[in-house]
Every structure is written in structure tokens, then in C-alpha cells.
Design a protein around this ligand. Structure first.
Ligand code: 8YV
Length: 322
């Protein structure tokens, strides 16, 4: 009997095809997110669920009485939407998809940094609205990044890849804060300087880029007090999780020009974006596109599939979270 597997959202054709060939797979043709009741029912009906960031796999869902699910094969590296303690208690294995989205997400952090510092969104809006009156030396001047300090919060894979691009591609100085100092060879790869105190890093940075996980520990790590420490010329980039930033405080800091600009890919209550941000020229707003390339989304699906294959073959999974 083939194992029963639920993909909660549409995946790329290659990844859906692979899993459909090997398992009794249910695809989500409408691509509408499942509600809590549907996720609980799925816990009873399937051997594995493969969720995404849009599925709240909370304690109530994971603790569904009579659950059949033994594996949560998350599509994505971040797993703050999964209550891993509840999964552990229920004896459910959780896996994620590291490595395969590192470069793609780092590319997006750099894209946001450049768009925000060079006022790219603002310029495009001006042109499309027919408001561009032509070239002039003082037109829409942004800020250069060469020689500036990139402050990196969290120094995992995506952070390192972003720092590498910024240093080797754009001549930026890299400083970082993390719970632990990175090994010397990792620091040397982009001449990264460890700053043991987050407030010091925030105050020193010309561009501050966030790469820590979401969840309770990092909730509103960038709050009103920390925004007040930033340089007035500073730019904030968030490709991590929306909850890391107090969105209301950020909107206020952008309105009052307490900081110069921000580039955001993630939001506190996706897909809702704080209305205060929507009318501002000095913020770039992307709809959670971090890992969004054809190649990477297929690689993510195949990475989930590898974990599913190993799990049901009775072997250790590659990317065990719990
Ligand atoms: C994913 C992400 O698209 O992998 C992550 O943690 O943030 C994104 O790249 C999304 O979360 C998939 O669930």
C-alpha cells in the first residue's frame, strides 16, 4: 500500500510529479490554504503532511486525537509555523529544506538592499505615473553601498551568503551579531567582524539585514527602542520573518525619517501588510518572494521528497528538525 501524503499547496510540476509517482498523493488543486479543521482532519487521514509557512501546524492540530500522521515534511527552511514541541510529544518527525534556498534568498536580500538604497521602487512609480520630468543632477539621489557597513543579525547559511555577496560583490564591510561567534574560516570568507552586542551592531550599521529565525525568541527584536539606535541614514532589510520587526514602530520610523528606508519581504500577519507602510515611498514591499525561483522551488520540493523517501524507507531523514 502506498503511503498517503498531503501537499497543502500547489508545488512545481516536477516536484508534484515525483511524489505522485511514488505515493498516494493529494494535491491542492485550488491552492487555497487549509483551515484548522481541515488540517486536523488531514492529521487523521494521511501518513505525512507537507505544509508551508501558510499552515499553522499548532499544538491543537498536531495533537489531533486519533492522528495517523507520522511525518511533517515542511516545504521551507523556516519552521516557526510548526509547534515542534507538540510534534515531539506526539512522536511526529519534522523535517525542513535547508541549503537549497540559501543563494536564492540571499539574492533577494541584496535586491531589497539595492532597491531601498537606490530608491528603485519610488523611481519606477514616478516613471509609470508620468511624473518623470527628465534627467537632472539632483534627481532622486539614493545612497551608495560601497564601503558601507552591512550589519547582519543571525549568521546562518542565508546570512553568510548575503554577507559574501555584499563584501565581494559590493565592497561592503561586514559586521554580524549571533548567539555564537562563527568559526574563523567562516568569518574570513567575507572578512566578517563579530559584534557581541546587538545594540552596538544596530547603531553601527548602514544597512541592517535580518537573518534570524522567527518565533517567540526573536519577536520584535527590532522594536521602537532599537530603531531609535539606528543611524538616520540607515536602511533595514528583512527577509527573515515579519515577527522579528515591530511593523507599527517601523512604519513610524519611516514616516518620521528616523531611518532612511526599508526593504521588506516578510510581514507580521501575512498576507496583511500594515496599511501605514503601503503609502510610503521609502519602503520596498515584496510579497514573500525569498525562495521564489522555478529552480529553487523545485529543489525545495525534491528536498521534501528526499526526506519523505528516507522516512518511509525506515532510514534516518536528511533534515531532521525533531
Ligand atoms: C518559503 C521561507 O517560500 O523557507 C522559508 O523559510 O521563508 C520561504 O522561502 C516558505 O516559507 C515556504 O514555506
Amino acid at each position: 500500500m502506498k503511503k498517503k501524503i498531503l501537499l497543502t499547496r500547489r508545488w512545481t510540476q516536477d516536484a508534484e510529479s515525483y511524489l505522485s509517482e511514488h505515493y498516494d498523493v493529494t494535491l491542492n488543486a485550488s491552492d487555497v490554504p487549509l483551515d484548522a479543521a481541515a488540517l486536523s482532519q488531514a492529521m487523521r487521514d494521511y501518513d505525512a503532511i507537507c505544509p508551508t509557512v501558510t499552515d499553522a501546524m499548532n499544538a491543537a492540530v498536531l495533537g489531533t486525537p486519533g492522528a495517523r500522521v507520522k511525518l511533517i515534511g515542511n516545504f521551507g527552511v523556516g519552521y516557526n509555523h510548526i509547534d515542534v514541541e507538540a510534534a515531539r510529544k506526539a512522536g511526529i518527525t519534522v523535517t525542513n529544506t535547508p541549503d537549497v534556498l540559501t543563494d536564492t534568498t540571499a539574492d533577494l536580500a541584496i535586491l531589497l538592499m539595492l532597491m531601498a538604497t537606490r530608491r528603485a521602487g519610488e523611481g519606477e512609480r514616478e516613471l509609470r505615473a508620468g511624473r518623470w520630468t527628465g534627467w537632472r543632477p539632483t534627481h532622486m539621489m539614493g545612497q551608495s553601498v560601497s564601503g558601507k557597513t552591512l550589519g547582519v543579525v543571525g549568521f546562518g547559511r542565508i546570512a553568510q551568503a548575503t554577507a559574501h555577496r555584499a563584501h565581494h560583490g559590493f565592497g561592503m564591510q561586514v559586521a554580524y551579531y549571533g548567539r555564537r561567534r562563527a568559526p574563523a574560516d567562516i568569518e574570513a570568507a567575507c572578512k566578517a567582524r563579530y559584534v557581541a552586542d546587538l545594540d552596538t551592531l544596530v547603531a553601527e550599521s548602514d544597512v541592517l539585514t535580518l537573518h534570524c529565525p522567527g518565533g517567540a525568541e526573536t519577536h520584535h527584536l527590532v522594536n521602537r527602542a532599537r530603531l531609535a539606535l539606528m543611524k538616520p541614514t540607515a536602511v533595514l532589510v528583512n527577509t527573515a520573518r515579519g515577527t522579528v520587526v515591530d511593523e507599527a514602530a517601523l512604519a513610524e520610523a519611516l514616516v518620521t525619517k528616523r531611518i532612511a528606508a526599508a526593504g521588506l519581504d516578510v510581514y507580521e500577519r501575512e498576507p496583511v501588510v500594515n496599511p501605514a507602510l503601503l503609502g510610503l515611498e521609502n519602503v520596498v514591499l515584496l510579497p514573500h518572494l525569498g525562495s521564489g525561483t522555478q529552480e529553487t522551488r523545485t529543489a525545495m520540493g525534491m528536498r521534501v521528497a528526499r526526506n519523505v523517501d528516507l522516512f518511509f524507507a525506515g532510514q534516518p531523514v536528511q533534515d531532521k528538525v525533531v
